[in-house]
Structures are given as structure tokens and as C-alpha cells.
Write a protein that binds this ligand. Structure first.
Ligand code: ADP
Ligand code: X15
Length: 406
């Protein structure tokens, strides 16, 4: 059992799990390269211990996960994910090109002990895109069609636990449920590392999920949890614009196309309320096919990474930090030419003697395996979920698990 605040959550030690049929929610949502292939498989590898334990305890295991969001380039099927998992597990993970239809249900019904299946991208099911309370999600077709086929539901998807979607909160109300080993390890480790006494705390927040990150910065500021928030990626562009800096036509067009300009009033309110937000002093840009460094007040070209001076200044702030949390890259790291900013802040954090928490699928890939057994380094599978958990928000998937049907 794990206790988080007033929530009591069962683990794999608290359920009768032998010879059963288990629905396992994982988060194998991974960075995808421009050819549609998995760029970094850290999240798939993270789930291996949970899957192995369930198989060794003679269960048949059906995994369900999302990948990307409809309309985004990384919204792909999970066939390659099943192949990668088969390699890591050294057993066959059968990919089923269905989620809750008759083909999937028949395959699940005919499974034998020890077999492992990965269903297709759950966000192909329209209901999965709607967030709502567990009581509402328990009545979706996804839950009604799949739950009768299983004995238990295990949620190992810490990285998606901030989404109140059917595959994350609908099942615990209708079947015995527990946290998987990734979920258990994340919430236990983070609760131990991230304490009020450990200060100063520096957050390095980049990437492209601007709305999520804005909400996180509002939480961190309201609860005075962060001593400094160093911004990169599109987050930095939002706050630079909110400070009245003109980033140039091309970048403003990108922000407008992504709906980020509408968030300026919220960012401005945060800055006026004294949020400890730092923006880059320079950027790495691409202009007429050339890559240049440009000061923040005179941006010419398309922003692709933070500049060298920003990397140095951010690194100096990180060196004095007791706890450094990094989530979301400083630049477009899918392109090798724009990884320097992320590498610099990661290097500074790892050279620091304090705790380091790295989260988010893209940012974890910047570690490039440099993760010798460092007791002060926690590599989280979560990005937004990690930060919302650290900022004290209740995560819907954890709350749903605490309501698990006995
Ligand atoms: N300046 C930028 N302009 C556009 N996209 C950016 C920029 N900097 C970073 N990104 C994008 O942010 C994405 C990662 O964001 P996010 O998913 O929030 O990170 P994580 O997976 O670490 O949580 C990457 O696809 C990267 O290309
Ligand atoms: O990648 C994820 O979140 P993250 O980018 O905050 O790490 C999770 O898989 C959640 O994905 P979502 O933000 O599309 O719901």
C-alpha cells in the first residue's frame, strides 16, 4: 500500500494476482522522429519490471496506452512499440490492431497464461479525448466493453496520471485496481526527495506543451515552491513576448499558429505577481539556411534553441541549486544542431551536488544514457504529471486508484 496525502493506494503486493487476466495501463508515449519511428524508448523500458512481474506471477497481460494526440505528427499506431517491448522483455508482445472492438475482445478472451498483448493507440477512441470524473468515465464504452474481460486493472502510467481520461480513471471504480511498479516508485521517490527543507529549488522548463507548463508555473508561484524558473523552448518565447519583447514576424507567426499568443495575459499576470521566471538573453536561430546566435532584443530568424550566453547564465543558477527539476527541452532537439542548450543545462545539473529530477519524454532523451547509478538523480517517466505532482496538485489517476473497487 502507498499513502499519498490522504490517498491510500494498493500496489501489486495488495492484489490477488496469480493466474488472472490483467488490464495494464502503461505510458509508452515516446518522441517520434520525422520518419514516424520511435526516437527514444526510455518509457517502454521503464515498464519492463511491472510487465515481467505480472507474467512471472502467471497472469495474462493486456497493455493499453496512447501515443501522441490526434492531428499531431507523433500520433501513430503502436506496432513498433510492441516490437521494442518484445525485445526488452525477451518474449512476444502481440500487437492488436484494435482497441475495444470485437477483434480485440475475442483475442483477449482467448488469451492463455503468460501471454502479453499491446492494444492499438487508445486515443483512436473518441471517448479517450474527453476528460471527466471517474464516475462519468466508468460509463464509457471503452470501460463497459473491456472491463468484463479482466480480473484486475493496474495503472503504471505515472506520466499520464494528470489526465482524467477513461483509460486512466474509469476502470478502478468497476474492478480491483492497483498501482504498477513505475507508479509506485515515482510517487515514493519524489515524495522523499522533494521536501520543503531542500532549497533553493530551480525549475528548468522548456518544450512545447505551453498550456500545461503555464498551469504548472501558476501552481509553483502560488505555492512559492520554486526559487527560480529558467525557461526555454516555446515557454521562453511566451514569457519573452509577455515581457513586451518583439521576437520577429516568423516567431510570432509560429506562436499565433499554435494558439500561444492567447496565453500572454496569463503569463503577464504571473510576471506582475513576481513569479521567479527567467527568460533567455539570447537564442540560436535559423536564418536564410544559416544558424546564428542572436540577442533576445534583436531576434532575426526562426528560434530553434536558447543561445550560448543563456546556457551559461542558466548553468550558473543551477550550480547553486539544492534541487533542480528539468522538464521540456530548451530547443528543437530532434535536430542534432539544436541540442546544445538542453545539453548545457543537463550537464550543469548533473555536475551539481544536489538532487536532480529529470522529466518528460524529450528531456530524458538528452541524458543520452549518462545515468550511472547516481542516488541523487531521479529520472521520471512523467513531464506534466511530474510537475503537477511536485507542485502539489492531486493527480486524477491516483485519486481514481484510491477509489478502487475491492
Ligand atoms: N523553440 C522551439 N520551437 C518549437 N518547438 C520547440 C522549441 N523548443 C522545443 N520544442 C519542441 O518541444 C517538444 C518537446 O516538448 P514537451 O513534449 O513539452 O517535452 P517533454 O517530452 O520533455 O515533456 C519537442 O518536440 C521540441 O521540438
Ligand atoms: O508525454 C506525456 O506528457 P509530457 O509531455 O508532459 O511528458 C504523457 O504521455 C501525456 O501525454 P499528453 O500530454 O498528450 O496527455
Amino acid at each position: 500500500m502507498i499513502k499519498i496525502g490522504d490517498l491510500d493506494i494498493k500496489t501489486l503486493d495488495d492484489l490477488e494476482l496469480s493466474g488472472r487476466k490483467v488490464l495494464l495501463r502503461v505510458d509508452v508515449n515516446s518522441p517520434i522522429d520525422k520518419n514516424g519511428h520511435i526516437l527514444d524508448s526510455s518509457r517502454l523500458k521503464a515498464h519492463v519490471p511491472t510487465i515481467k512481474e505480472l507474467v512471472e506471477r502467471k497472469n495474462s497481460v493486456v497493455m493499453i496506452s496512447h501515443q501522441g494526440r490526434p492531428g499531431d505528427r507523433d500520433f501513430v499506431e503502436l506496432e513498433e512499440h510492441a516490437q521494442v517491448l518484445s525485445k526488452y522483455l525477451d518474449l512476444n508482445v502481440e500487437f492488436i490492431d484494435d482497441v475495444m472492438g470485437p477483434y480485440a475482445r475475442e483475442k483477449i478472451s482467448n488469451m492463455k497464461e503468460g501471454e502479453v498483448i499491446l492494444l492499438n493507440n487508445v486515443r483512436m477512441v473518441a471517448e479517450e479525448l474527453i476528460e471527466g470524473p471517474p464516475q462519468q468515465q466508468a460509463k464509457t464504452f471503452l470501460v463497459k466493453k473491456l472491463s468484463p474481460l479482466f480480473d484486475s486493472y493496474i495503472n503504471d502510467a505515472f506520466a499520464t496520471s494528470h489526465r482524467s481520461q477513461p483509460s486512466l480513471v474509469g476502470f478502478p471504480l468497476v474492478m480491483p485496481s492497483a498501482a504498477g511498479r513505475v507508479m509506485e516508485k515515482e510517487v515514493s521517490a519524489l515524495s522523499k526527495i522533494f521536501t520543503p527543507e531542500e532549497a533553493p529549488k530551480v525549475f528548468v522548463l522548456g518544450g512545447g506543451k505551453v498550456l500545461d507548463t503555464l498551469r504548472i508555473i501558476e501552481n509553483l508561484t502560488k505555492k512559492r515552491i520554486a526559487d527560480r524558473i529558467l525557461t526555454g523552448g516555446l515557454i521562453a518565447e511566451l514569457f519573452a513576448t509577455a515581457k513586451g519583447i518583439n521576437l520577429g514576424k516568423e516567431n510570432m507567426e509560429v506562436l499565433e499558429k499554435l494558439g500561444i499568443l492567447s496565453l500572454i495575459p496569463r503569463a503577464r499576470k504571473l510576471l506582475m505577481s513576481g513569479a521567479p521566471v527567467e527568460i533567455p538573453v539570447d537564442f540560436k536561430v535559423e536564418k536564410d539556411g544559416k544558424i546564428e546566435e542572436t540577442p533576445v532584443h534583436k531576434v532575426e530568424g526562426v528560434i530553434k534553441d536558447v543561445g550560448i550566453n543563456t546556457a551559461d547564465i542558466y548553468s550558473s543558477f543551477i550550480k547553486d541549486s539544492k534541487v533542480t527539476v528539468l522538464r521540456g527541452p530548451m530547443g528543437i532537439i530532434e535536430d542534432e544542431r539544436f541540442r546544445d542548450g538542453s545539453k548545457a543545462v543537463m550537464k550543469a545539473a548533473l555536475e551539481n551536488s544536489g538532487y536532480v529530477i529529470v522529466g518528460g519524454g524529450h528531456m530524458v532523451s538528452v541524458l543520452e544514457g549518462r545515468v550511472e547509478d547516481n542516488p541523487k538523480l531521479h529520472i521520471s517517466t512523467g513531464g506534466g504529471a511530474l510537475l503537477l505532482f511536485l507542485s502539489g496538485e492531486k493527480l486524477p489517476a491516483l485519486e481514481a486508484l484510491s477509489l478502487s473497487k475491492v
